[in-house]
Ligand binder design. Structure first.
Ligand code: PGA
Length: 248
């Protein structure tokens, strides 16, 4: 499957920041990317971004509620994201799991909400630093897949993002060998759980992906793209990560 490079702006970006999306659109028109490209700005900007980028790349939300509508003050449904112009939504990001107490079952319900609305779900998993040091990373990630990825997941509507919690926003990353080993383990777990769908599903790496390490990470076996936080905020950095996928 074609790789996916996805940007997660987190709680960053005002209307003035949309100029980064215009720059990205212009650059991608001048040099078509070797991958699918997605930006997940804050939900407040999706409709404006949609009008601006006009399909030059995909847009996504960073979270959704599991219900389509109702008395849930402050929440946003997958249907609302779709209506605003999104085609993807990130669910189960570690910042949601940590800051909002989301558990695997909640994440699975959000993934199903994404499909119900016609969105592709990017389901995030990843171990903490203590879990890695204890030698539990493989077991934790397999458990998160079992609990967060609903049984009916297809390669066409689901993407897995492996994001070791200790690598997010820290400048630290696992070694290339550790990333390759974990992606192989995730592939085996998905295939066991989902059969053919699990063999074809994209598995993104996320956590301190930068222009200077993207090339070597993105070219590892079973790495089907990247989920990029900080380095997605500037079009120039994000573009040079996308360029990391071109054969050298
Ligand atoms: P980072 O964030 O690239 O800033 O480490 C990645 C993410 O949280 O998706």
């Amino acid at each position: 499957m074609r790789p996916l490079v996805a940007g997660n702006w987190k709680m960053n970006g005002l209307g003035s920041g949309l100029s980064e999306l215009s720059s990205l659109k212009e650059a991608l028109a001048a040099s078509p990317p070797p991958c699918d490209v997605l930006v997940c700005p804050p939900a407040t900007l999706i409709a404006q971004a949609d009008a601006l980028v006009q399909g030059a790349f995909a847009l996504g939300g960073q979270d959704c509620h599991s219900r389509p509508s109702g008395p849930h003050t402050g929440d946003i449904s997958a249907e609302m994201l779709k209506d605003a112009g999104a085609s993807f939504v990130i669910v189960g990001h570690s910042e949601r799991r940590q800051n909002h107490g989301e558990r695997d079952g909640d994440v699975a319900a959000k993934a199903q909400a994404a499909w119900r609305a016609g969105l592709t779900a990017i389901i995030c998993i990843g171990e903490s630093e203590a879990q890695r040091y204890a030698g539990d990373a493989n077991q934790i990630c397999a458990q998160q897949i079992d609990g967060s990825v609903p049984g009916g997941a297809l390669a066409a509507n689901t993407v897995i993002a492996y994001e070791p919690v200790w690598a997010i926003g820290t400048g630290k990353t696992p070694t290339l060998a550790e990333i390759a080993a974990m992606h192989g383990h995730i592939r085996t777990t998905l295939a066991r759980r989902l059969g053919e769908a699990g063999r074809g599903m994209r598995i993104l790496y996320g956590g301190s992906v930068k222009p200077d390490n993207a090339g070597e990470i993105l070219n590892l076996p079973e790495v089907g793209g990247a989920l990029v936080g900080g380095a997605s905020l500037k079009a120039a950095d994000f573009l040079s990560i996308i360029e990391g996928l071109r054969p050298s």
